[in-house]
Design a protein around this ligand. Structure first.
Ligand code: HEC
Length: 468
């Protein structure tokens, strides 16, 4: 009896000591454990998935998988991240996901900048784990997701574009779009959608409610297209006013491209592990031309028109590069060889070759007619290749990567012709003017570097505007 008591005492002491070790800032208290009154079993897709989508997926899905932890599917979520299993079925108190979300253990999840779980949400997750962390029942109902606004200090650059006349550079930062004078490197204005309101009914001063994931300039320079969660906004480039909103997307729109003549606008996206989404719109009217169903079996990360505008190349998380006829959307052929997500694709000026890059750190060059791989550039980068763009009508294309590098390549021989130096963090976005003289690069660091792309000199560093 006495030894039992001692043990219990020791356990209490150990707990206290453990709790003392965790440094908490104001507002970072452990979340209260509340009792749920429900009697019915917790259903993953109804009760758990919406919480993860709402509070975790910004940092744990798609291109961004912090701690290598992915909540976009049940399987990935259970598997856990770099510290292994996130959930011990039946044992919530021993489950990493629960411990971090309850703020019993560091790193607290979500991080301080974000909305924490409510005690109700936490209790639901706890009950689900204690009931055996059951997988989805398969009777999946599409849940309506309420989008959380990113917090003010999330400001990686996920999209950049250069106006066709090279006078302006635009950057997508968080849910903002910033416009800069290219010559002076000066911030000019933000694109604001005056109709945006948050869940609380208050107006939001931003371009989109959620993160801006993609940007494109129409070839005539009159329209800017931006993609975000379930929408694309077309802006009047001169006035900054909203011209039109394109809707009907199931998830984030992460890729946008105009055909060279501006006749068509293509979008790519879709929910992770579900069918990728590819849509084709009329550039001038925003009218949907075709919704290419079942093009990819997972998120589409890149879209690019052939130079003559008769075909569309796409790439996605299913490791494929595919091509489709424009405007019918009819499938032409698929290119297989990447061993991980393909994040960028481009089309050579003569329409005969394609280049693609992906999360396997590799760049591949394909012969379109033969449907074959011509070349693999192994270790093109030491981290994922996040974007790939051809340089106007030249034989060059450029890639940017998580390894902080921007590299130029010759499509005919695979040679690395030039690199742009000076970036300090993971890169997501790259644009090169059609004459190949100006390049804009952005990423996790939050700044955009403008380069003289012919000699690699940094011309300007575009800083985020002062937040008023
Ligand atoms: C704003 C970004 C952000 C949000 C939102 C976020 N996380 Fe994280 N998460 C991170 C980062 C960054 C790490 C890596 C931390 C580290 O390694 O120190 C991480 C790591 C984790 C890990 C550890 C993975 C491993 O094995 O190392 C788990 C589990 C996790 N998060 C769960 C969650 C859950 C659950 C939510 C939602 C309730 C959430 N996170 C929301 C940024 C985020």
């Amino acid at each position: 009896m006495r030894s039992l008591l001692t043990l219990a005492l020791l356990a209490v002491l150990a707990n206290v000591a453990f709790a003392d070790e965790i440094k908490r800032r104001p507002g970072e208290d452990e979340i209260k454990v509340v009792a749920l009154t429900r009697k019915d079993p917790v259903v993953y897709e109804k009760d758990i998935e919406p919480i993860l989508l709402n509070k975790c997926s910004v940092c744990h899905s798609g291109n961004v998988k912090e701690g290598r932890f992915d909540v976009s599917s049940y399987e990935e979520m259970i598997k856990g991240g770099k510290h292994g299993k996130s959930v011990e079925a039946g044992k919530s108190e021993q489950s990493l996901l629960y411990k971090l979300a309850r703020k019993m253990q560091k790193p607290f999840m979500p991080p301080r900048s974000e909305e924490p779980l409510t005690p109700q949400e936490l209790a639901t997750i706890k009950l689900w784990i204690d009931q055996g962390a059951k997988p989805p029942t398969g009777m999946r109902e599409k849940t309506k997701v309420i989008v959380q606004q990113p917090s003010a200090d999330v400001h990686p650059v996920r999209g950049v574009a250069i106006s066709p006349d090279k006078t302006l550079v635009i950057a997508a930062r968080g849910n903002q779009i910033h416009v800069y004078d290219a010559k002076e490197g000066k911030y000019l204005r933000s694109l604001i959608d005056p109709k945006l309101v948050g869940v609380d009914g208050k107006p939001i001063k931003a371009a989109h409610i959620s993160l801006v994931e993609s940007l494109a300039y129409s070839p005539d320079g009159k329209t800017i297209a931006s993609g975000s969660f379930q929408e694309v906004t077309l802006w009047d480039a001169a006035s900054g006013a909203v011209k039109q909103k394109l809707t009907g997307f199931s998830e984030r729109v992460v890729a946008l491209a105009y055909s060279k003549d501006g006749k068509y606008l293509a979008t790519g996206g879709g929910a992770p592990t579900e069918d990728g989404e590819i849509k084709l719109f009329e550039g001038a009217t925003g009218k949907l031309v075709v919704d290419i169903k079942n093009g990819h079996s997972d998120t589409v990360f890149g879209v690019c028109f052939s130079p003559d505008g008769t075909k569309l190349a796409t790439c996605g998380a299913d490791k494929f590069v595919k091509t489709f006829e424009v405007p019918s959307g009819k499938f032409i052929k698929a290119f297989e060889g990447h061993t991980h997500h393909v994040l960028g694709v481009g089309w050579k000026n003569d329409g005969k070759m394609l280049a693609s890059g992906g999360a396997d750190n590799v760049v591949k060059i394909w012969d379109f007619e033969k449907g074959e791989q011509v070349r693999t550039i192994n270790n093109a980068h030491t981290k994922q290749v996040t974007m790939l763009v051809f340089v106007g009508t030249t034989t060059q294309f450029a890639t940017c990567s998580g390894d902080k590098q921007v590299r130029f390549w010759n499509v005919d021989n695979g040679g690395n012709t030039r690199n742009l130096q000076g970036n300090n963090d993971f890169l997501y976005a790259l644009a090169v003017s059609s004459d190949g003289t100006l390049a804009a690069v952005g990423g996790e660091e939050g700044v955009v570097r403008l380069y003289n792309a012919t000699n690699g000199q940094v011309l300007k560093t575009l800083q985020p505007p002062e937040v008023k």
